[in-house]
Design a protein around this ligand. Structure first.
Ligand code: KIV
Length: 264
């Protein structure tokens, strides 16, 4: 499950999530950006810190944002060290398959666990022609398998598999010795991940949601109801009622009222 701040990590941890991911989906669902390419490493670290404080049982993973790891394995390791040291999470995630194998090896070689991310890699959406399902043809499914084997060989402890046909994801999962964590990749993966804000229904009807998202809640409706009720009760002065108010003994107040009067 993803989490982007203290409350969302707190509830995910309480619900028994085994892994909490501070995904760079943060950019779109928590910061209102158009895509994930805009979020900065410093911003990711800030959110990792909040999530880490709430995660008592879950293993925490922080995303390396676009621009913080592609230049060289050395740049990636420096970024990963910051995410661990400053962000206080336990592992990092980065997007890419075969091409990122030397980078994954560099980071894991320094003792930092890496969660890989293959299939649809949203940071590369411009090169992929948008958010498109990957591995739909024989050649792209073979490329997907090669990416999976490469990230496993490089030392990733697991890999996210995003937007891949279920049959392909299931067969590749069987070929791997590391777990696959699917998102839009069917039920044949070893585990699943969803963006918490999406699966809780935090946004109003009409906002685009990928086909694979199931809304398990309706936080938007409940939040709207509560805030509208708050507004109505403030306007009508029903809130705050005595139970939500600090009161003082009558005689003390009367003394205070006299002191105010004496000043007139
Ligand atoms: O950024 C994110 O939240 C992710 C998950 C969707 C896997 O990468």
């Amino acid at each position: 499950m993803t989490a982007h701040d203290f409350p969302s990590a707190h509830v995910a941890d309480h619900a028994g999530m085994e892994i909490i991911l501070v995904g760079d989906s943060l950019a779109m669902v928590a910061m209102g950006m158009d895509d994930t390419s805009e979020v900065l490493l410093d911003e990711m670290i800030l959110h990792c810190k909040s999530v880490a404080r709430a995660s008592k049982g879950a293993f925490t993973v922080g995303d390396l944002p676009m621009g913080s790891y592609e230049i060289s394995p050395e740049q990636a390791l420096a970024s990963a060290i910051r995410v661990i040291k400053e962000g206080r999470v336990k592992a990092v995630k980065l997007e890419g398959g075969k091409d990122m194998a030397p980078t994954i090896a560099k980071i894991t070689g320094a003792g930092i666990p890496v969660l890989a991310h293959i299939g649809l890699t949203p940071q590369r959406q411009n090169a992929l022609g948008g958010f498109r399902v990957q591995g739909k043809t024989t050649s792209s499914a073979v490329k997907f398998l090669e990416d999976a084997l490469a990230v496993q060989e490089a030392g990733a402890f697991a890999t996210v598999v995003e937007a891949v046909p279920a049959e392909v994801a299931e067969l590749v999962t069987k070929k791997l010795s590391i777990p696959t964590i699917g998102i839009g990749a069917g039920s044949g993966c070893s585990g699943q991940v969803l963006v918490q804000v999406d699966m809780l229904g935090n946004f109003p009807p009409g906002r685009f949601l990928p086909k694979f998202v199931k809304k398990f809640g309706n936080v938007w409706e409940e939040s709207l109801r509560a805030i509208e009720q708050y507004k109505a009760e403030v306007k009508s002065r029903a809130y705050p009622s005595p139970e939500h108010t600090y009161l003082m003994p009558k005689e003390v107040f009367e003394e205070f009222a006299r002191a105010v009067k004496d000043r007139e």
